[in-house]
Design a protein around this ligand. Structure first.
Ligand SMILES: [Zn+2]
Length: 255
């Protein structure tokens, strides 16, 4: 889709949203009075404004990995949100985790179907990798990813053009936890804290057991330092990314 067309669609969507729905207004269903508990829940679920508070986005690649269930339990316990860049073949193998991720407010991204280097593929093959994963996520969770993270973070102009066809920006990371390399709870903890800054996008993996084992302590420490754990879309909101744009910008790129 062209940028102009997608902007027009965005304008159309906003316009529609601003017009009060007569059908909705005419619905005779009485509105239940909000209880104190419901009001408290609503306040708690108010979207985090990353211009007002210190945000960080933890991202988990290549999953859903086999420890995703434990990770989701931890995220729920500490009221933390994350972004999962899913690999289609594992979405197909473990759809229940993907359904749960969406239901519990995490963001789902596309990380290809079989993890090839996109810069070595023809556009048709890249499209196929992306589309198959979109289809599996839709089947599992009823939603489609709106972000693309190409395998190994490798992208070029051709990858960008295909991403644009899918209306997706390319999301890389500001820093890594090096969890796939060290596979050590303490090392992952130290490395993540060393690179954690406002609006960081941190690369992690939910197939690394030590990442999942160390997550309760890591989240507690990050929250004690004032970080709000949010989705990638929360963190990049102010970047106004267009489909095909890459963020953070790789060296030599101009969006
Ligand atoms: Zn990967």
């Amino acid at each position: 889709m062209s940028r102009q067309k997608s902007s027009l669609l965005a304008i159309a969507a906003v316009t529609v949203a601003l017009i009060p729905g007569p059908a909705l207004a005419a619905t005779p269903t009485p509105t239940p009075k909000p209880t104190a508990a419901a009001a408290k829940t609503a306040a708690k679920k108010a979207p985090v404004d990353c211009e007002q508070v210190k945000c960080i986005a933890l991202t988990f690649d290549d999953g859903p990995g086999k420890y995703a269930g434990t990770l989701l339990d931890t995220l729920k316990k500490y009221d933390a949100k994350a972004t999962f860049f899913l690999e289609g073949q594992y979405v197909k193998a473990r759809p229940a985790y993907v359904k749960r991720m969406a239901k519990e407010g995490h963001e789902l991204g596309n990380h290809s179907y079989t993890h090839p280097d996109f810069t070595k593929l023809e556009p048709a093959a890249i499209r196929n990798e992306i589309q198959k994963t979109q289809d599996e996520v839709k089947k599992a969770a009823g939603v489609e990813p709106k972000l693309l993270r190409p395998p190994y973070g490798l992208a070029d102009i051709q990858v960008s053009e295909v991403a644009a066809e899918f209306d997706m920006p390319i999301i890389l990371w500001t820093a890594g936890s090096r969890d796939w390399d060290t596979k050590n709870v303490d090392a992952i903890h130290k490395q993540t804290l060393a690179v954690a800054q406002q609006d960081s996008i941190i690369l992690m993996h939910d197939w690394v057991k030590q990442t999942v084992d160390g997550m309760p302590a890591l989240i507690k420490t990050l929250q004690a330092k004032g970080f709000h754990l949010v989705t990638v879309s929360d963190v990049v909101k102010r970047q106004n990314l267009e489909p095909g744009d890459a963020f953070p910008l790789p060296e030599g790129w101009q969006n």
